[in-house]
Design a protein. Structure first.
Length: 244
């Protein structure tokens, strides 16, 4: 099958690589002149299945109400969002029920764990150096109440196999001396040992080279302007350099 992948970021390139491995004829299109030069190049590179928490929880409706009333520090509902926000809001509230919240966290964690395992497989099989290390991720809390709440929120993830260590300010300094100046301003931290980090842009560009070796064509410097259809089926894309 001939496949056109629109976007040469980390998702597009990994998709192209898997399709090529399965024997498909793949072309990747991107307006940039090198793979991984968009959002993938400024991605923080955090790989954190230990933070796979769903927004929809029994506490979320009050947070959303604060957002609607303009009292939230981290959520905002745009004025004039229109009537579409009502059915969306009702669907969101449905997902805030305890049973749905538990199911959603389990699904999110399964996806994160699978994705991380696939990443590590690719890094090993393709011998890619993306500065990857699964050496844990710290969550800092300014208050003891926040630390207790953060640990409670992650209990289900712990039941799903994630490991957390609770650290005191002194433990933080022992872990990394760089925390010495901040130790007096935090109540403690959680260390998610199953998490890690990597260079997303470097990984994307290295995997793009492996794609080329598999026969993938990269059409760069030409963005997709619209999709081309025949009988309600997508058959290509009109690009700034012509149809593809």
């Amino acid at each position: 099958m001939r496949v056109l992948v629109v976007g040469a970021g980390v998702i597009g390139v990994t998709t192209a690589h898997e399709l090529a491995r399965r024997g498909h004829d793949v072309t990747v299109l991107d307006r940039a002149y090198e793979p991984g030069r968009g959002a993938s190049d400024v991605n923080a590179g955090l790989l954190v299945p230990g933070d796979a928490l769903a927004w929809g929880t029994p506490k979320a409706p009050l947070l959303m109400l604060d957002a609607v009333m303009g009292r939230s520090r981290f959520l905002r509902v745009r004025r004039g969002a229109g009537g579409a926000i009502v059915p969306w809001g009702l669907r969101f509230l449905r997902e805030c029920r305890p049973a749905r919240a538990i199911a959603n966290v389990a699904a999110l964690h399964a996806l994160c764990a699978f994705s991380y395992a696939e990443l590590e497989r690719l890094l090993a099989e393709e011998r890619i150096d993306a500065s990857h290390a699964r050496n844990g991720m710290l969550f800092l809390f300014a208050t003891r109440e926040g630390l207790v709440e953060g640990a409670a929120a992650r209990r289900m993830l712990a039941r799903l196999g994630e490991t957390y260590d609770e650290l005191t300010p002194a433990d933080l300094v022992g872990l990394d001396g760089a925390y010495e100046r901040a130790a007096g301003r935090v109540a403690g931290a959680l260390l998610a040992r199953g998490s890690g980090h990597g260079d997303c842009g470097a990984f994307t560009r290295a995997l793009a080279e492996r794609c080329r070796a598999l026969g993938v064509t990269f059409t760069l410097g030409a963005g997709a302007e619209r999709l081309l259809t025949e009988r309600s089926r997508v058959v290509g894309a009109m690009t700034s350099a012509g149809p593809l």
